[in-house]
Structures are given as structure tokens and as C-alpha cells.
Design a protein around this ligand. Structure first.
Ligand code: AP5
Ligand code: MG
Length: 213
């Protein structure tokens, strides 16, 4: 099963993608996580990606597409995957579609986690992410057992550099300009499913598993 998660920054794509990946035994592939791992390791790719991410802009398609195509070619993807944060532009979606067409494959579901802009800013300022394992929390909605410490691995929780209010506003503008058109793109391909992302996260997950079966 090949699944794409669509939605604004902070809509809960990562939260849901991790749960889907676990339930259906699929790899969870987040381009944002791949970039952040490269930043942490000080790679050339990481340095280049950071210059865009810190401003809330998209990393150029040429860089992003190559990373994604390499990743989905790996062995663990042969039964499918959950893509979180890719595609984010129509050109990215077309490259993925062309690559899949070559082997007679296709995306099965594009799940759009729908959350209005007003809710997004509140969520982002409360988000905390683990520096080590990437697990995400929210200081009010999904608090860790011990403040500032990851439940899963005991490492420190931090506010992401791009979760500052001004940057979040830029990310929302970029989302509406460049990523929202993908809703029509996948709707035309009859794989789009909308879920209400303002619900409690377990209710969002229930709506998704009703769709995936
Ligand atoms: P990326 O890491 O993909 O960030 P994003 O799309 O902006 O999305 P987020 O990860 O911020 O939010 P999310 O939807 O995963 O929400 P989450 O589950 O964490 O990308 C970062 C940057 O990398 C981009 O800006 C760009 O520069 C670059 N990039 C990445 N991919 C790219 C690409 N393909 N092309 C070009 N550039 C690319 O939830 C958010 C918060 O809400 C959390 O605190 C969570 O606990 C809480 N929450 C979740 N669900 C609920 C709920 N139902 N109710 C209440 N709270 C909830
Ligand atoms: Mg995410």
C-alpha cells in the first residue's frame, strides 16, 4: 500500500504517518526528517536544506526529488510506504508518478489531513520534538510524562527552529501557493481522501484506518 499524507504544516501528518506505518508495517518516510537528520550530521545537503527551511521556504525540487527516489528504491519499500511531506509541489508529484508508472505502480491513497490556519499556529508553538529519535509531543495536547524529556528514549525535547511564529506564517503561505494544488491533482486521480484533522489525534487515526481498512 502506497500512501501520501497531505496537509498544512502542523496538520498532524507526522503524528498520523507514524501510527499508520506501525499498524500496517510500512516504512514512514518524511523528507523533513531526512533533511533534519542531515542538518544534525552537518552534511552538505543538510547545510543547503537548512538555508531554505529556516526561512520557511521549500527546498528546491531537484534536491528533494533525488533523495526521495533513492529512498523509495530501497528494499524495505517493496510492499509500500507512507510518504509524509512529499510531494509538496506539482512537479514533485509528477516525478513520483512517472517513476511509479515505469513499473506499473501507483499511489493508492492521498490522505488530506484538513486543519484550518487558525489552529495551526497554536499547535506549532506547543510542539516539542526529541533531538534524538524525532518523536513529537505537544505541551498541552500530547505532553510527555516528564517535562522536556522524551518518553521513548529519555533525550531532550526542543522547539524546532522553523516553528517560530513568523516562520510558521511563511510556511503556511508557501503551503497554500505550492502544496494545496496537490489536493486537486490527487482528486483527479481518484485517490484523495479527506479527514478532519481538528479532531483528537486518535479520532483522526480512526477515520484514517476506516479508509485504509
Ligand atoms: P516538514 O518536516 O515536512 O514540516 P511540515 O510539513 O511543515 O509539517 P510539520 O512536520 O511541521 O507538521 P506535521 O503535519 O507533521 O504535524 P505534527 O504531526 O508534527 O518540513 C519541514 C521543512 O522541510 C519544510 O518547510 C521545507 O523547507 C522542507 N521540506 C520537507 N519536505 C520537502 C519537500 N518535499 N519539498 C521541499 N521542501 C521540503 O503535529 C504538529 C503538532 O500538533 C505536534 O505538536 C502534535 O503533537 C500536535 N498534534 C498532532 N495531531 C493533533 C491533533 N489531532 N490534535 C491536537 N494536536 C495534534
Ligand atoms: Mg512532520
Amino acid at each position: 500500500m502506497k500512501i501520501i499524507m497531505l496537509g498544512a504544516p502542523g496538520a498532524g501528518k507526522g503524528t498520523q504517518a507514524k501510527m499508520i506505518a506501525e499498524k500496517y508495517s510500512l516504512p514512514h518516510i518524511s523528507t523533513g526528517d531526512i533533511f533534519r537528520a542531515n542538518i544534525k550530521n552537518g552534511t552538505e545537503l543538510g547545510m543547503e536544506a537548512k538555508s531554505y527551511m529556516d526561512k520557511g521556504q521549500l527546498v528546491p525540487d531537484e534536491l528533494t526529488v533525488k533523495i526521495l527516489l533513492d529512498r523509495v528504491a530501497k528494499d524495505d519499500c517493496k510492499n509500500g510506504y507512507v510518504l509524509d511531506g512529499f510531494p509538496r509541489t506539482i512537479p514533485q508529484a509528477k516525478v513520483l508518478e512517472d517513476a511509479l508508472n515505469k513499473t506499473g505502480e501507483k499511489i493508492d491513497y492521498a490522505i488530506n489531513v484538513d486543519v484550518p490556519d487558525e489552529n495551526i499556529i497554536k499547535r506549532m508553538s506547543g510542539r516539542r520534538a526529541c533531538v534524538n529519535c524525532g518523536a513529537t509531543y505537544h505541551i498541552v495536547n500530547v505532553p510527555p510524562k516528564k517535562e522536556g524529556i522524551c518518553d521513548k528514549c529519555g533525550s531532550e525535547l526542543i522547539l524546532r527552529d522553523d516553528d517560530k511564529e513568523e516562520t510558521v506564517k511563511n510556511r503556511l503561505t508557501v503551503y497554500h501557493d505550492q502544496t494545496q494544488p496537490l489536493i486537486d491533482f490527487y482528486s483527479e486521480r481518484k485517490v484523495l481522501k479527506n479527514v478532519d484533522g481538528t479532531l483528537d489525534m486518535m479520532d483522526v487515526f480512526k477515520a484514517i484506518t476506516n479508509i485504509l481498512g
